[in-house]
Design a protein around this ligand. Sequence first.
Ligand SMILES: [Zn+2]
Length: 647
Amino acid sequence: MGASRYYVTTPIYYPSDRLHIGHAYTTTIADSLARWHRLKGDEVFFLTGSDEHGQKIERRAKEAGTSPQAYVDAIVATFKDLWKRLHIQYDDFIRTTEPRHVRVVQEIFQRLEAQGDIYRSQYEGWYCVPCETFWTESRLVDGNCPDCGRPVEWVQEESFFFRLSKYMPRLLEHIERHPEFIQPESRRNEMIQFIKSGVEDLSVSRTTFEWGIPVPGHPGHVVYVWIDALTNYISAAGYLDDPDRFQRLWPADLHLVGKDILRFHTVIWPALLMALDLPLPRQVAGHGWILTETGKMSKSKGNVTDPIELIEEFGADRIRYFLLREIPFGQDGYFSREALIERSNADLSNDLGNLLHRTLSMLHRYQEGVIREPGPEEPLDRELAVLATGAFAAMDAKLQQLALNEALEELWKVIRRGNKYLDQAEPWALARDPAQAPRLARVLYTVAEALRLVALLVAPFLPQTGERIWHQLGLSGSVHQARQDQLRWGLLPAGTVVQKPEPIFPRLERETEEEPAPEPAAAPAPKEAPKAAPASEEVPEITIDEFARLDLRLARVVAAEPVKGADRLLKLQLDLGAETRQVVAGIAQSYKPEELVGRQVVVVANLKPARLRGELSQGMILAASGPDGRLGLVTVQEELPPGSRVR
Ligand SMILES: [Zn+2]
């Protein structure tokens, strides 16, 4: 497929306050799409910025005893800092106070006035003097200002108006002819209803404040937000400065906005573009809200949503992954630390981190860390290769529908298949037989090559993770420089020396309070002797899929000691092959610590970590409980490598 051009925007954010997780959400989506198109080899222009004028800024600056420009300069610096920490790679950051933008706004205003699309009239409404704000009748509370509760007065202000109503029939026709123009579908219907209900001309200037772009030729008037802010999408693309570039970039492919400002982008903005005789953006997409727990923000409540704090605690990629994976585009999503930790442990630590760690560990254990010339390919290998090479097209199709969560799910199919492939191909068994060396080389090649593709495909969404996998695989250069042609199977050269595995997503501890229950061992050794439960009594049936959610692993006990002040608990260090874990088990009344060292046990490896008596327990070992409360640890007959899957 030929490379093309891709122009994506976020809204320009208002610097009256710091940004929150919702802004991070919009911008992460835009950044991921931009990076995806760079991978495709497209000419990408990713624009974000700040909307810096208006009465609110003027007032806040006054309260702070500073100038509006100094006020916004300081806050815009925090925007840029956040984007850097979140690894947002924008191509341009437009500020509406920049001369390149001011010039465009003034020229547009004059042009629309000259052609009769802007006219002078009276703006009427209820006005709150202390708040300096106009209110519509319906917003008043008992006839008073909804903000401060004081009486409002009916005032008339001279204002310029844009003939918005004139363009509504043409806009309606455009929306109806281009089903892709407004996304998602439900919002499109809302906008059609809104337009059909009747749209009035729009007040586009103010005389009540000064912090804005002066209306040319009309002292005392400043341009109001509509023309000032929306036009950033063309001023940054070179509308006046660079007509050739503008020709190449415009119209934008995607304006990404929150659902609250979708109307401005699908009614006012297209009408302004029509009046300027410019083509309309291909698509405006409104995403949902990120909902957080109500009430006071506090770490212990788990509702801190300051993106900088979250990035510092969890790392940018965990935040990006959660936002992209957890919330279907267009719907509202719920953010909580607990959900973030769960998502991260399940998908990033267990699936992705494990696959990388297992692969590199075995390459070091069996092949001195070298990718060897692989033996003949077998159907099992082919299956993983086909899935991995097909992932790009599958993900691209989902991304064209803005289904970012489903695109990631497509990629995770490859990652999960990679783990299953290792379980099936059993490299540890092959390693015992020197005659199987070519087969072993093929298996390790196949999984490493799949990981190379995973690095390329995950990088647009999780930029640091893609890079880290790339480097651990011993590949040179940056994953972000790679293009689509690198996605062919078999480009990983034999002879590549991989790095020692470094965990890319250490499991996060779940934030549980100090709780006495649940006991980590299967049987809590009750005080009174219980009857051994007859099989299948009172335990509902489960499906094979439900069983498959348990990650049971063989582990070797490398150390065991009592837990202070807990006569039933032992603290065990378990070797799981790729990692060592601490598990606290309620088996002290049946086993002495020294009896356990060297034993093979079966551990539920994907159990959420918990703290017991202050000790971290990352899993649970299995035991049968007899009628007298005595426990018997579950083990396997054969000596098998630690980490072997049990099922
Ligand atoms: Zn008021």
